[in-house]
Design a protein around this ligand. Structure first.
Ligand code: HPA
Length: 285
């Protein structure tokens, strides 16, 4: 077996031991739920009670994001009665990280005993019915344009060689999310997210192609994390904040600033939604 497999095991173990020590992990605090907060979406973590926060740079082998809007903190805290872990920010493949590094935090969450993962991101809309400011619940994804993070020898202790991907985004979690949106009286869109490597935005011709392939929204993250989470048997929920119309659908050039600004405007709605969502998810078995 190539040595990097053993490396992954021991790196995950090292990060887990470190976090358990820092957080003086006790059984009641053991979080079953984690949330990854994407570009400009980190505010939900501020709503947590009795929280402890550490920078990613303090966790052994955690990749550091160089992107504006990605804070790079791991937070353990309580939302109501539920303990959860928030990752404020993430590393991306386009920053030059291997897929194994991009997905390393998810491996660590799994090894810590996290069973459910909410993954958020900023995305461009391909579906012409969507508008900037909409929240999109991922019903499925297209991963065919990025390297699969499970390529390489399989670590049987982490998951199966050929993991099923027929329900990447849990149907029952999606139903809970739709009920929460109804309670908060907003329309939660639902659709297919396609992940590309970036960092350049798409060309209008690429957006036309992606539309024909069945994608509703496009972004540069999330899918590797969800593939790895599903490999480890976690139940996932994906949320995109639509920050812009995709290239060619919009008549103006795209910019990261536009993505961050839309994230800022939508924060209160997203934060409220995540608080309720966590409450409702924690009631599930
Ligand atoms: N394309 C790719 N990634 C994105 C976009 C987009 O239009 N908006 C936010 N992230």
């Amino acid at each position: 077996m190539p040595t990097h497999d053993q490396d992954l095991y021991s790196k995950v173990q090292l990060a887990v031991e470190h976090l358990k020590k820092i957080f003086r992990w006790a059984e009641p605090q053991k979080p079953r739920l984690a949330v990854i907060l994407g570009s400009g979406l980190g505010d939900f973590a501020e709503t947590l009670q009795t929280s402890r926060r550490i920078p990613f740079s303090d966790v052994p082998h955690f990749p550091l994001s160089s992107v504006t809007g990605h804070l790079g903190h791991l937070i353990l805290g309580r939302s109501g009665e539920t303990w959860l872990i928030c990752l404020q920010g993430r590393a991306h493949f386009y920053e030059g990280y291997e897929m194994s590094a991009v997905t390393f935090p998810v491996r660590v969450l799994g090894a810590l005993g996290v069973k459910r993962l909410i993954v958020t991101n900023a995305a461009g809309s391909i579906n012409r019915r969507f508008r900037p400011g909409d929240l999109l619940l991922l019903s499925d994804h297209i991963s065919s344009f990025i390297p699969n993070p499970l390529v390489g020898p399989n670590l049987e202790g982490l998951g199966p060689r050929f993991p099923d991907m027929s329900e990447c985004y849990s149907l029952r979690l999606r139903q809970v999310a739709q009920r929460c949106a109804q309670k908060l009286k907003f329309t939660l869109r639902e659709g297919v997210y396609v992940s590309l490597t970036g960092p350049s935005y798409e060309s209008p011709a690429e957006i036309q192609m992606l539309r024909k392939l069945g994608a509703d929204a496009v972004g540069m993250s999330t899918v590797p994390e969800v593939i790895v989470a599903r490999h480890m048997g976690m139940e996932c929920l994906g949320l995109s904040l639509i920050t812009n119309l995709a290239a060619g659908i919009s008549q103006v050039p795209l910019s990261h600033q536009e993505v961050l600004d839309a994230g800022k405007r939508m924060k209160p709605k997203l934060v409220k939604f995540l608080v309720l969502l966590n409450q409702e998810i924690s009631k599930l078995e």
